[in-house]
Structure formats: C-alpha cells, structure tokens
Design a protein. Structure first.
Lengths: 215, 226
C-alpha cells in the first residue's frame, strides 16, 4: 500500500485533480493557439510603429532603415552599444542615422527616446516612444510640439543644452523641470557620442553597403 | 372602475431577463452600486476614449468567462472552483491582451499594464462566483453583457468628466476652446477620486428619487395612470 500512495486518493480528490488538470491543459492550448495567430501581427504592428517614428526623426530617405542596422559600441554611455538605423538616399549615400536611447533620470521611470541625426551630425528630430511621466506635467515631452521641435537642426554648438532654469536655452514645463532636463541631458550625451564615434559609424556603414552590393 | 383595473399591478414587474439587464446597467452596477473594479476605473480614465476601450476589453473577458464558467458549472468540484475560474479568466485576459497588442497597437500602448490587470478585477471573479456558477449559460451571457456594459458606461462617464475638466475636450474633440484653463488636477489621481465621489453622490440622489417614486406608487396606486 505504502508503495502506491495514489491508491489512497479517493474519487472526489481525483475529480478535483482532473478538473484543474483539464482546465489547465485547455487554457494552455487556447493560449498557444492565440500566440500563433497574434505573433506575426504583433511583430508587424511594432515594426509599423517604429517605421512611422523613423520617418519622423530621419531626413527623407529611400531605403529601408529597419533592414540596415549597425551595432556600434558606446563606451562612454551607460548602454554597451547602440543599434543604429541607417537612412540612405536614392544614390546609396548616407543621409542620416536614427537610434533609440533611454533617459533614466526622469521623474517616473525610464523615458525611451528615438532620435535621428543627419550625415553631418546635426540633430534632425526626436520622438519619445515610451514614458511614464506625469500626465499634464511631464508628458509635455510628447505633447508640447514647439518644445519637441526645438531640438530640430541643433548641433552641440548651436544651442546651450539645458533648461532655462539651469542657464540653458530650452524651456522647462510649468511644474515639471526634471522630465525635460533628463531628455535634454540624454540627447546632449548622445550627440556628443555621435560626434566622437562619427568616423567609426561611417566606416561601419560603408562596409554594410559593400556587403549588400556584393550580394 | 372595474375589478380588473384595481387588481392589475401598478407598474409591471420586470421579467427575470429584464431584471438582469437593469441590475447590470444600473441598480447593481459594478461601479455605482458594488464599487468593484476601482483600480482600472481610477487608473485609466484620464480620457473618455481610454475609458471606453478599457471597458470594452473588460466586457469581452466578462462575456467569455461567464459563458465558460456557466457551461462547466456542473462538472467542476466545489472545492477547486475558484482556481478553475481564475485560470479561465487569466487565459481570456491574456488572449484579449495579445489581440489588442496585435490589432490595436496604439491603444494597447496607452492602456499598458492595465490590460493584464483585468485578471484581478473583482467584477469578473465576482460575476463568475455570484452568478455564472448558479445560472444557465444564456442568463450568464446576458448578465455578463449587462454588467460589462454597466462597467463600460461608468468608465466612459468618469473619463468624459475628467477629460472635459482636465483638458477641455471630449473624445479628443476640443469643447471649451483655447481660453479654458485646464484643471490639471482632474487628470491626476486625486481628481479621479474627487470626480468619482461627485458621480456617486449624483447616482445616489437619482436612486433616492426612484425609491421615493416607487413608494409613492405603492401608497397611492389609483393616482397612477397606466
């Protein structure tokens, strides 16, 4: 008897076990099925969202930046490397790069930023892709269009990178200084990194181009 | 007056099905009467549109879970019914979450964590336990539809009030014009509580009025014309 403990389980207990087992099995099957059907559309939706954001932050291009990515080491920044989307014109010349970065010192959690620079290292535009800043205060970084556009065309030298409160050229928002300060600081660091790594990036981009030509 | 008129019921008592609908939409409304599901209510109703989609997602889960729970009510042993319900609800929430991510990507980004959190919305487990486990599948589906619609209604009302006072807009359409000083507080969490408090007060006032009218009817039946 003791060697076969399951013999002691009575009918009622078996029913409980089987009920949970079958429900677990069926729901697992249902979820797997849903995953199969939604996997591709979700990937597609994310791609579409990223693609439309890319067209906003990059100068006009004719290639598929999502298919031409470069991984560049970023020793001076917190991340280990950036994934750069390269934009080219019809002649295959680089017109700009876009990449995603994160501002970690916002008011509430990380702020995800997609930024684009043109081939001279001038900032083209930036978009916030995800954040948890206070609605109505810090979320001006996604809603205050003049403030967002203030970054367009700036370089390291054309503007003082900081909010007015800190002696910079950018407005802070009423009741929210931390959020814009975090975004500006991150974008400034990123531009600095780009100007330092410019040669390396262009070199990587040219080898990418060659590889494609050979194919 | 003949006898028939005298003995006829003054206000026709609603049928069982009508009762389910009225309870779900108003008299036993998940928000206004039961005060359940406060987390999504206060969390996502910064605008009418957010409230609407959150409500519809909950409605969908409620219909699916009520339907399934009711159909298996005779098979599931009593002792394990709660884990079984939770498993079923969690499965449907995940399905809705994945589907919204795939086909309503923008709104999914906005509602974010609140979609998976539908699992812990007491309204859904509450209906499974209090209604679906004791009633036929058809009645349970009707109950889910009514309860879910009532919940959606409450979310849209609160979302509309907050969007209007906080941003001067309804469903993203500007109502008050550029001169309106947005009352930021109503977009923030404290504003959600304050707005909800006023809405509940109004609902209670209406219910008192209904109650008084009913009493009046019972005491002076002949004055009421049919």
């Amino acid at each position: 008897m003791s060697q076969r403990p399951w013999m002691n389980i009575d009918r009622e207990q078996w029913q409980m076990v089987m009920a949970l087992f079958i429900v677990g099995l069926l729901t697992t099957f249902l979820l797997a099925l849903t995953d199969i059907f939604t996997h591709e559309p979700i990937a597609q939706a994310k791609r579409t969202a990223l693609h439309s954001a890319l067209t906003e932050v990059l100068p006009p291009y004719t290639n598929q930046p999502l298919d031409e990515t470069l991984t560049i080491a970023t020793p001076t920044l917190k991340d280990e490397h950036h994934l750069l989307y390269s934009a080219r014109d019809a002649n295959g010349n680089i017109v700009g790069f876009a990449w995603e970065t994160i501002a970690n010192d916002g008011y509430a959690g990380s702020i995800y930023i997609l930024m684009g620079v043109n081939s001279e290292g001038r900032m083209h535009a930036m978009r916030i892709t995800d954040h948890k800043e206070t609605p109505g205060l810090g979320d001006g970084i996604t809603k205050n269009q003049p403030w967002i556009d203030h970054f367009n065309g700036q370089t390291l030298n054309t503007i003082v990178w900081g909010v007015k409160k800190d002696g910079g050229d950018f407005d802070q928002f009423t009741g929210a200084t931390i959020t814009p300060r975090a975004v500006i600081k991150t974008l400034h660091q990123e531009l600095l990194w780009f100007s330092q790594s410019r040669q390396q990036i262009f070199k990587a981009a040219s080898t990418l181009n060659k590889e494609e030509n050979h194919e | 007056m003949n006898e028939a008129t005298l003995s006829a019921p003054i206000a026709k008592e609603p049928s069982a099905q009508q009762r389910i609908i009225l309870d779900g939409l108003w008299f036993n409304n998940a928000i206004f009467a039961q005060l359940l599901g406060m987390c999504p209510l206060l969390g996502v109703t910064t605008s009418a549109e957010n409230g609407l989609w959150m409500g519809l997602a909950t409605l969908l889960v409620l219909i699916a879970s009520n339907g399934v729970v009711s159909s298996i009510r005779h098979i599931v042993p009593k002792q394990v019914r709660i884990p079984v319900y939770i498993t079923i609800i969690a499965a449907f929430v995940t399905i809705v979450d994945l589907a919204m991510n795939a086909w309503m990507h923008g709104m999914h980004q906005v509602l974010g964590l609140f979609i998976p959190l539908i699992v812990v919305n007491c309204t859904i487990l509450g209906r499974a336990e209090a209604f679906a486990s004791k009633n036929s599948a058809a009645d349970s589906l009707l109950d889910a539809l009514a309860m879910g619609s009532g919940f959606t209604l409450a979310l849209v009302i609160l979302g509309t009030v907050r969007e209007l006072l906080g941003q001067g807009m309804i469903f993203g359409t500007v109502v008050f014009g550029a001169d309106y000083p947005n009352m930021l507080m109503f977009i923030l969490p404290p504003g959600a509580f304050i707005a909800l408090g006023f809405i509940l007060a109004i609902v209670n006032k209406i219910n008192q009025g209904l109650e008084a009218a009913k009493k009046e009817q019972r005491q002076h039946p002949r004055e009421v014309t049919l």
